[in-house]
Design a protein around this ligand. Structure first.
Ligand code: MN
Length: 173
């Protein structure tokens, strides 16, 4: 099912498909749980009683903490995670089958792709990684990074961002 045509009402919150009246929608068209609602809609993000993931992660260098805000599990169409990287921590090289949006909340870090297209990112910045584009993201050597990651499709993990590459990426920044 293409993104933009999701049926899960939780995902619909992110796509604006919240069941509000839309011109031209035929009577009897398939609906969902939000059908007919005309007030604001809320979805709980962080789940009560679910501890943050603070342990070592096989595809991260350094220490990072994660909370799942929305995860459709085996479907793998969308995952929304809040992530805090300690200074120096970063993901391995990876790609997202249908792309990823990163919303930078606080701190300072970097996003870089295989072509060396890189940006130092800070609070309020937004990054879109296109489907299949291999990249990494993480904190600066001397600052933590907090971001909300909206990942679409399965993630394909590659190798670690080695220390020399990581350090070099910040030289001159
Ligand atoms: Mn990513």
């Amino acid at each position: 099912m293409p993104y933009g045509a999701v049926a899960d009402p939780r995902l619909a919150l992110l796509t604006g498909q919240t069941g509000h009246a839309q011109p031209g929608t035929p009577d009897g068209a398939p609906g969902h749980a939000w059908e007919g609602r005309s007030t604001m809609e809320y979805e709980r993000g962080r789940k009560d009683g679910v501890p943050s993931n603070v342990g070592p992660k096989p595809t991260f260098t350094g220490h990072a903490m994660q909370d799942a805000l929305l995860d459709d599990g085996a479907k793998g169409e969308i995952r929304v995670y809040s992530v805090i990287f300690e200074p120096g921590a970063r993901t391995y090289w990876h790609s997202h089958a249908s792309g990823q949006t990163l919303l930078i909340n606080s701190g300072e870090g970097m996003v870089e792709n295989r072509d060396g297209d890189k940006r130092v990112v800070r609070a309020g910045d937004v990054v879109w990684a296109p489907p299949g584009e291999v990249h990494w993201h993480g904190a600066a050597p001397d600052a933590f990074l907090s971001h909300t990651a909206v990942s679409l499709g399965l993630t394909g993990w590659e190798e670690e961002v080695d220390e020399a590459h990581y350090r070099g990426a910040f030289e001159g920044e």
